[in-house]
Design a protein around this ligand. Structure first.
Ligand code: HMG
Ligand code: MG
Length: 311
């Protein structure tokens, strides 16, 4: 099997992970957590979102978080931006990259951003243009690529059309969202076969939620097809509030366990991610879903117990 020697992990926990949480994580705690992530070797962190705070109260402190963190050189700090108002707020907070987003299915798009797909295009076009003019980079997301919670099957032609339109707008990279964690490896292969005929492999990222436990299998297939950029969330936190039943992103911890074991370079320190997962788990007050995180935490507990006995 031919695998790449290195891949890039894009951490989305502070945005995708927290947006659906009932517990409000204080601004101070978010800042401390992002600062931990910033020194873990991650080079891309999606730190918050400048959406309407009435829709996503968990991230209503987007500006304070963006201006409060200690920025590390070489790390790109991204924020999700839905419209002109969001972009103004994001630029005032000096984010490095604005991520625009829309769905491949009409109903999810409407529920998520209150607009039809057709109405969304000019809004995003304007954001991308202004983002690039401000000297920032621009990332695009297409959601519900592999299935929609409202409409079920999603037409690949819709995914192609939206992806093409986003690239024409000037986005630097497109992340393909399995919003409700419904994809399987065969489907991932079929979808990528179509998209890779049209778009450069280095411009595509995969964004798998792990709702049904298929994310790592889907990532392995994507990897074999040449994809080297993967979005993930510390501890497997997260979910889309407008996708019923959607659970967290694939866990950064699980990705690191897999890639480190396969000798595929990520540049990210597993121990530091373990610490960041433990930190946010404590703040959220419930166990994080990542299997390798839970296994590593138990092993750490056993080691500490042994050390205490030995004293
Ligand atoms: P809307 O309510 O239709 O907006 O929201 P509006 O333009 O009608 O404005 C209504 C009011 O909101 C106005 O205030 C605006 O100023 C204000 P008023 O005049 O009534 O006092 N407003 C804002 N305030 C602050 N910041 C803003 C903003 N926009 C409007 N940016 C909107 C439209 C798109 C903003 C709304 O639907 C929204 O915020 N949606 C975001 C939903 C969301 O965050 N979903 C989760 C993220 S997407 C995701 O998770 C998927 C992804 O992970 C990939 C995957 O998994 O597939 C990316
Ligand atoms: Mg997501």
């Amino acid at each position: 099997m031919k695998w790449p020697s290195a891949i890039t992990i894009k951490e989305v926990g502070p945005r995708d992970g927290l947006q659906n949480e009932k517990v409000f994580i204080s601004t101070e705690d978010k800042i401390e957590w992002i600062n931990q992530l910033s020194t873990s070797g991650l080079k891309h962190i999606e730190i918050t979102s400048f959406v309407n705070p009435k829709w996503i109260p968990a991230l209503s402190d987007a500006a304070a978080v963006s201006t409060g963190i200690t920025r590390q050189p070489g790390v790109t700090y991204t924020a999700l931006v839905p419209n002109q108002r969001g972009l103004e707020r994001a630029l005032a907070a000096d984010i490095d990259e604005a991520a625009v987003f829309m769905s491949a299915s009409e109903t999810h798009n409407l529920k998520n951003i209150n607009k039809s797909i057709r109405e969304t295009f000019p809004v995003l076009k304007d954001i991308v243009k202004k983002t690039l003019a401000a000297g920032k980079s621009s990332r695009g997301y297409v959601s519900t690529v592999f299935g929609c919670p409202y409409e079920g099957k999603v037409d690949i032609d819709a995914v192609v059309r939206i992806s093409e339109t986003l690239f024409e707008m000037g986005i630097d990279e497109l992340s393909l969202g399995d919003t409700i964690g419904i994809a399987n490896p065969k489907q991932v292969q079929e979808v990528l076969e179509v998209l890779l005929k049209r778009f450069p492999v280095g411009k595509l990222a995969m964004h798998f939620h792990d709702t049904r436990g298929t994310a790592l299998a889907n990532i392995l297939v994507s990897l074999e097809m040449g994809i080297t950029i993967f979005d993930s969330s510390v501890g497997g936190l997260g979910g889309c509030p407008y996708a019923p039943g959607a659970s967290g992103n694939v866990a950064t911890d699980d990705l690191l366990y897999m890639f480190d074991g396969m000798d595929i370079h990520t540049g990210v320190d597993q121990e530091k991610i373990l610490t960041a997962s433990q930190y946010i788990q404590k703040k959220i007050g419930k166990p994080l879903p990542s299997k390798s995180f839970q296994a590593a935490s138990s092993q750490l507990g056993c080691r500490l117990e042994n050390m205490e006995k030995g004293r």
